[in-house]
Design a protein around this ligand. Structure first.
Ligand SMILES: Cc1cc2nc3c(=O)[nH]c(=O)nc-3n(C[C@H](O)[C@H](O)[C@H](O)COP(=O)(O)OP(=O)(O)OC[C@H]3O[C@@H](n4cnc5c(N)ncnc54)[C@H](O)[C@@H]3O)c2cc1C
Length: 399
């Protein structure tokens, strides 16, 4: 079987790895328009379910990702003028570039052909391919060529966001809300790698224009943000999107959906098929899940057509649920300034954050939330969480 993957992001690379492991005779070539070692974006946040899936599907990749990631412990909600509020939980995170480096090296080791700096615009050169995997991201050129056939729809967010890094290591996942003369602006911060964190800045359009971000150049923009969040960054600078390039890219959150994820022998995976708002930190997780399922279906079925139909049918309900949550999260954040104006209490607001994906939340959870604002009770909950995680790690070792 002969397969071409368009795009060496997590979806294209992990599909290639899984498919090659299932059938070492499978000829797979991956084309990527960017040079090797160059990507956009900062951290990849995830949970233990991703590690479980990686261990099940390629332990060699899983071990390296586990070793390269850090664990953030608990969630802190900082609101200007308010005491810090706390939520439980933990997560893992690592640099996106490190993730891609691991996947690229593993793909090569398995004998997958990789071509960087190859932008694919014309598929006629792949007439002999059995399968074409459009792992070409949220703005997928392949999807754009046939939007009516895929039934593409896009839901755009109102707020602006900016994906940055910072030379400060946040040990907890931190939401930091600051009220400026132009309105509210906030950060989502989490571990990136030793001594650094991912920082996503978000604000409504009124704050964005009020602070002059529509006029400011990249370095003035970063300076303005560093000043607003100085106290939380401990004076550390923010780092812009691409190292050595003086640029910042403010964007709007965008949720892409498609009524169908394949046509003929071309299949959409990862962000080309469906994107989710960054505030649920799930796009890469879903791209990895798609890759696993697609590789399995291609291996199990006699025809590509049957494999693609089975992949679409299995993944669609999983994705629909997460996209629903992501949309609610995006809308919650758009309404955050009104919510804070009505009640700026950080403990109440933190509770609202914890329910933003749509859970109704049992009453006891609310009382637990109030109780764990107290340090000693928070520490007890932390111990329980750590014990649960240790059990999960032990179960994984037996996979
Ligand atoms: C601010 C922000 C924070 C995020 N945080 C998280 C997080 O914490 N956790 C998480 O799970 N997800 C997160 N995500 C989502 C995550 O980045 C994406 O969901 C994930 O990268 C999707 O992987 P992919 O392989 O489908 O697409 P991509 O990673 O976008 O890869 C697509 C690749 O295709 C290449 N390409 C495109 N067109 C062509 C062409 N014509 N020829 C050749 N190559 C081409 C591109 O250069 C790119 O390398 C975040 C996203 C944003 C915006």
């Amino acid at each position: 079987m002969k397969t071409v993957c368009l795009g060496a992001g997590p979806a294209g690379l992990f599909f290639a790895i899984c498919a090659k492991r299932l059938d070492p005779t499978h000829e797979i070539t991956v084309y990527e328009r960017s040079p090797e070692g160059v990507t956009f974006g900062w951290g990849f946040g995830f949970w233990d379910d991703v590690l479980d899936s990686l261990y099940r599907n390629d332990p060699a990749t899983a071990r390296q990702i586990e070793a390269a990631s850090g664990v953030w412990d608990g969630i802190e909600v900082h609101i200007s003028g308010q005491p810090t509020a706390y939520l439980g939980g933990y997560g893992l995170s690592m640099g996106r570039q490190r993730l891609l480096d691991i996947l690229t090296a593993r793909a090569r080791e398995l004998g997958i052909e990789l071509h960087f700096e190859h932008e694919i615009t014309d598929l006629t050169q792949f007439a002999d391919a059995d399968l074409i995997v459009a792992s070409d991201g949220i703005n997928s050129p392949q999807r754009a060529l046939a939007e009516p056939e895929f039934g593409t729809s896009v839901e755009s967010g109102k707020n602006f966001y900016l994906w940055l890094g910072a030379h400060k290591e946040f040990t907890a996942f931190s939401y930091i809300f600051e009220k400026t003369s132009a309105g509210w602006i906030w950060l989502h911060c989490y571990y990136l790698d030793a001594g650094r964190s991912t920082v996503i800045v978000e604000c409504p359009p009124e704050t964005w224009t009020g602070l002059g971000f529509d006029q400011l150049g990249p370095s003035e923009c970063l300076k303005t943000l560093e000043k607003i969040f100085e106290k939380h960054l401990d004076g550390h600078p923010l780092i812009s999107q691409i190292a050595d390039v003086d640029t910042v890219s403010w964007l709007h959150g965008k949720q892409v959906a498609n009524a169908k994820w394949y046509r003929d022998n071309i299949v959409l995976v990862g962000d080309s098929a469906h994107s989710t708002h960054f505030s649920v930190g799930s796009g890469t997780r879903l791209a990895i899940g798609d890759s696993v399922t697609l590789a399995e279906k291609v291996h199990e079925h006699d025809t590509v057509a049957a494999a693609l139909a089975a992949y679409d049918a299995e993944r669609r309900p999983v994705i629909a649920r997460v996209q629903g949550e992501a949309l609610r999260s995006m809308r919650f954040l758009e309404g955050a300034p009104e919510l804070l104006a009505a009640n700026p209490d950080s403990v109440q607001f933190a509770h609202a954050i914890s329910k933003r994906l749509g859970s109704r939340g049992a009453k006891w959870r609310y009382y637990l939330h109030l109780a764990t604002q107290v340090k000693v009770l928070r520490a007890a909950r932390g111990k329980l969480t750590a014990a649960r995680r240790a059990k999960r790690i032990k179960a994984r070792a037996a996979l």
